[in-house]
Design a protein. Structure first.
Length: 244
């Protein structure tokens, strides 16, 4: 999993980020901050971790496939702010168990262990897909795509959005979904009995479209479901599914 680490520094770095991302940068005082950047219509652009580096410097840890587009967007919003954005040569190590010196707990879920930033990357051989499926944690480019609304992807549960921090791009749509509506679609864990590929369409017991199958680990998987149709036995490929 290739990650890109961007350094954001300058006197306005925190205020600059605060007006753009879904979470509160004040959380950097306690460790990593998990957040996303959205379109004005509230749809997903990228998810990432903010890393406290000291002084006016913050690291941004993002999936490598999204890094260049995210950099362009951040520079577009920079205007006259005292902010410098630089792609670094740093990498990230991650693992479970006791964190090494300088490591940060992954804020999404305790089972995701720690992340450490430096010259060397890699991980400790943990089966990350098994952990993600067990706790319904979405992955960039798999469950998290440009069509995603972050609340449907579980960002509130994953500590990736703050509803008290004030305005940011896409905030109005996100807040409306949180305060005024009950989610009718979203990610959920399902049991899977039989062969089915990632991306397979899910149908309800009466044959209606009910969602899409994503990451699978053993007899469980993450699925994007239309909740009113995810009742009883469903189908995907040759497999039988049930929502947990």
């Amino acid at each position: 999993m290739k990650r890109t680490i961007i350094r954001i520094e300058g006197a306005d770095a925190r205020d600059f980020l605060q007006g753009l991302i879904t979470n509160d940068v004040a959380g950097l005082g306690h460790g990593l901050v998990y957040a996303a950047m959205l379109t004005p219509q509230g749809r997903y652009i990228a998810d990432f971790f903010l890393v406290p580096e000291g002084g006016d410097s913050i690291l941004l840890d993002v999936h490598g496939d999204l890094a260049q587009d995210l950099l362009k967007r951040l520079n577009m919003y920079k205007l006259r702010a005292d902010v410098t954005l630089t792609e670094t040569d740093l990498d990230v190590r991650r693992g479970t168990g006791p964190a090494p010196e300088g490591g940060f707990a992954d804020p999404r879920h305790p089972a995701l262990g720690w992340r450490l930033y430096g010259e060397e990357g890699g991980d400790d051989g943990t089966d990350w897909d098994a952990i993600r499926v067990a706790h319904c944690i979405p992955e960039t480019g798999v469950e998290l795509t440009p069509d995603t609304f972050i609340l449907e992807a579980g960002f509130e549960r994953l500590h990736g959005v703050d509803f008290r921090k004030g305005c940011y791009v896409g905030q109005e749509v996100t807040a409306r979904m949180h305060h005024k509506t009950e989610l009718r679609k979203g990610l959920a864990t399902v049991t899977v009995d039989g062969p089915a590929e990632t991306g397979a369409a899910i149908t309800s017991a009466d044959g209606k479209p009910a969602g899409t199958l994503f990451t699978r680990s053993g007899e469980r998987a993450i699925a994007y479901l239309r909740f009113d149709r995810a009742v009883g036995e469903m189908r995907a490929g040759e497999a039988t599914l049930r929502r947990i």
